[in-house]
Design a protein around this ligand. Structure first.
Ligand SMILES: Nc1ncnc2c1ncn2[C@@H]1O[C@H](COP(=O)(O)OP(=O)(O)O)[C@@H](O)[C@H]1O
Ligand SMILES: [Mg+2]
Length: 249
């Protein structure tokens, strides 16, 4: 498993933020030192970690108006650099040469202090996601267990290939993670095969661990806590634990 991991997919609602959160809190509870970076202007992950109206965010780091130490917030689920609504204009605002490398430069001096750095991305393939891909060792791609989820993958693949060509030649894909899976419906062999084909095209795999749909996710989010603390025995908690084992092995 790489040290700097981005959770990405340009589709919204596929479980990116949930997966980034589970990964961060799960690794933290296993004793690792974790930094989460919330690159989504909607800042759902920031809220879930209990941070409201932070003075400094990732935006001030992008614009060089603050130092990382000023923006990092400590929580019992890991450290976080909060997201910012101001990042919504990033594609228009950050236009200078080198704009793909802003996040990489922010992260570089922080690496030594953490075992893992986890980046949550917006549902778009713009400059923010490009920054995340440029700064990362590897990617996790969450997706639904349906045929529509596969349709956007070729665009994402295009961005990954461009980032490898121009910005980060060592970028790896850890795998495709099936999330929000309805356990009552058997994952058909056909769909499994189609997903595995899609993974092969990306030169990666579909994780064996599948994340089921579960109310424990919304419950933990509403309580601004994590599933490992709140509902350690829930199916979805077991699924994320298995996924983290698989990732670490
Ligand atoms: N395994 C799951 N079980 C139940 N609800 C889930 C699960 N994963 C995500 N959700 C819910 O689905 C919605 C979208 O998930 P989210 O992680 O925010 O997706 P994304 O970041 O890709 O937009 C959220 O309201 C979240 O609570
Ligand atoms: Mg999200």
């Amino acid at each position: 498993m790489n040290k700097i991991i981005t959770v990405t997919n340009q589709k919204g609602g596929v479980g990116k933020t949930t997966t980034a959160h589970a990964l961060a809190s799960g690794l933290q509870s296993r004793g690792y030192k974790i930094l989460v970076i919330d690159l989504d202007p909607q800042s759902n992950l920031t809220y879930t970690l209990g941070i409201e109206n932070p003075e400094y965010t990732i935006y001030e780091l992008f614009t060089d108006e603050a130092k990382p130490e000023q923006a990092i917030k400590k929580t019992d689920q890991g450290d976080i650099i909060p997201g910012s609504l101001f990042l919504a204009g990033a594609d228009m605002e950050f236009t200078k040469p080198g704009r793909e490398y802003i996040l990489k430069e922010i992260i570089e001096p922080l690496q030594e202090q953490y075992n893992y750095i986890i980046i949550d991305t917006p549902p778009a393939l713009g400059i923010l996601t490009t920054n995340a891909l440029t700064a990362s060792g590897s990617l996790i791609i969450p997706m639904g267990a349906d045929i529509f989820s596969l349709q956007g993958l070729s665009q994402l693949q295009g961005l990954i290939e461009n980032v490898r060509k121009y910005c980060n030649k060592n970028l790896l894909i850890e795998g495709l993670l099936i999330t929000r899976y309805n356990g009552r419906i058997v994952l058909s062999r056909e769909l499994k095969e189609v997903m595995e084909d899609a993974a092969l095209k990306l030169n990666t795999k579909v994780f064996n661990s599948v994340i089921r749909e579960g109310v424990a996710i919304r419950e933990a989010q509403a309580l601004q806590t994590d599933i490992f603390t709140n509902t350690p025995k829930a199916n979805v908690t077991k699924d994320y634990n298995k996924f983290i084992d698989e990732l670490l092995s």
